[in-house]
Design a protein around this ligand. Structure first.
Ligand SMILES: [Mg+2]
Length: 155
């Protein structure tokens, strides 16, 4: 079975979790587990510290599904989302993303970072940013529910 996507990059807060909490957003655990089960390499790119991000993913039961976690380092310097996404991709061994590699995020900075790396920029509506604002930032699609991602992949 061919994986439906070459890889998927995911923002953490507001995308995998309910904004400002460590609770999973509805449907995301099933999506991440499903992508992992189908052999899709997964990376998380976050403005949170890498250490905190790994702990949150562990609490969600998803750390085992994720191959690369990139965030702020111990020095506390926030290099910006575009740099973090680049690091997340490198963690998957990717220096240039294959066409059709999605990145999911709930904020305009996620969309900008996705576009900077030639990723398929996908907004998520459950993080609180208006879908129109995500589209204005360049999101190709705005998902209302995580399961809608499947329709964008190879079957
Ligand atoms: Mg976010």
């Amino acid at each position: 079975m061919t994986p439906p996507f070459p890889a998927v990059v995911l923002d953490l807060d507001g995308t995998l979790t309910v904004p400002g909490t460590t609770r999973p957003a509805q449907g995301v655990v099933g999506l991440v587990e499903g992508l992992h089960a189908r052999g899709v390499p997964l990376a998380v790119a976050t403005s949170a510290s890498t250490r905190v991000a790994r702990r949150v993913l562990d609490e969600l039961g998803l750390l085992r599904c994720v191959d690369s976690v990139a965030g702020r380092g111990p020095d506390g310097v926030d290099a910006g989302k575009t740099a973090v996404v680049g690091e997340a991709l490198l963690g998957l061994g990717i220096t240039a993303a294959a066409p059709g590699t999605p990145m999911l995020g709930d904020g305009p900075a996620d969309i900008a970072a996705a576009l900077a790396h030639d990723l398929l920029a996908i907004g998520v509506a459950w993080g609180g940013t208006r879908p129109a604002a995500l589209r204005e930032a360049g999101a190709r699609v705005v998902l209302e529910h995580p399961d809608e991602l499947w329709a964008l992949g190879a079957s």
